[in-house]
Write a protein that binds this ligand. Structure first.
Ligand SMILES: [Zn+2]
Length: 267
């Protein structure tokens, strides 16, 4: 067996959303639960001589159309980390919601890794329902179809190894084809949960997020995250502002912009 590569892993914040009422973040809320905002991230992985970008966020026009704010395009965040999006060869898309797949055109060279079921979901019968469609953007879905016809999509069906020490794992739940990323680092197996758990309390308290395709898969997914990671402290939720507080900044200049996830959290 090939030894797993030791990877560096980073979260790069590109947008934030003010506090949301508890019912917007949890099904079955506890009346004591306070409001929580959401942060928006893309993730960067380096190891074995390769660079991987996990999710690619949204851009300013989409933010304006949806009345959301954006700090900077995720591509500019990557640039601050020394990564040129135009040269990136591999992008992993955890799922195709508008805040995760909005910049396909800025990654012209990339192979784009996606689950079979996510492409089926976004182009099939369930998109007849406004409730499911609302979190997708037609232009984004079309950009993925364009990438497919340009032979740049790499399909995964379930769990798959991308490189030694780097793999994707099917979760479903939040969307029909949500996948997460497991990566070997100097502190063990880190799992980028993306929207398998938006916030720490979703998975820690077993409370589903209200935007959901299959609640059963979402709850089973919380358990799978724990199994895949070296410990609960190795699971990185997709939108929790605490990620920026718990992990150290990459550098003084990047404080509040990018944190290291391949080192132990400080809180
Ligand atoms: Zn999201």
């Amino acid at each position: 067996m090939t030894e797993p590569h030791v990877h560096e892993v980073f979260a790069i914040k590109y947008a934030a959303m003010p506090d949301r009422a508890p019912w917007m973040n949890f099904i079955g809320i506890d009346p004591h639960e306070g409001p929580s905002g959401l942060d928006f991230y893309v993730w960067l992985i380096r190891g074995g001589g390769r660079t991987w970008v996990v999710d690619i966020g949204y851009d300013r026009p989409v933010a304006e159309r949806r009345g959301r704010s954006i700090i900077r395009n995720p591509v500019e965040g990557l640039q601050l980390m020394g990564v040129d999006a135009a040269a990136v060869e591999d992008v992993v898309i955890t799922h195709m919601h508008w805040d995760h797949v909005g910049n396909v055109g800025l990654f012209p060279k990339a192979r784009i890794h996606v689950q079979d079921k996510e492409m089926q979901y976004t182009t099939g019968r369930y998109m007849q329902h406004a409730a499911f469609r609302a979190a997708y953007d037609l232009d984004h879905v079309l950009s993925m179809v364009t990438a497919l016809y340009g032979n740049r999509l790499v399909f995964h069906d379930g769990d798959d190894e991308l490189a030694p020490g780097l793999s994707v794992h099917f979760i479903g739940g939040h969307t029909m084809g949500l996948q997460v990323v497991r990566v070997w680092t100097r502190r063990g197996w880190v799992v980028l949960a993306s929207d398998a758990s938006h916030l720490y309390p979703n998975m820690e308290l077993g409370r589903p997020f209200p935007i959901v395709f299959n609640v059963g898969e979402m709850l089973e997914g919380h358990k799978k995250l724990q199994r895949l990671a070296s410990s609960g402290r190795h699971v990185i939720p997709g939108h929790d502002p605490d990620v920026m507080r718990r992990y150290p900044a990459v550098s003084k200049e990047l404080e509040g912009i990018a944190v290291r996830l391949d080192v132990e959290p400080t809180a």
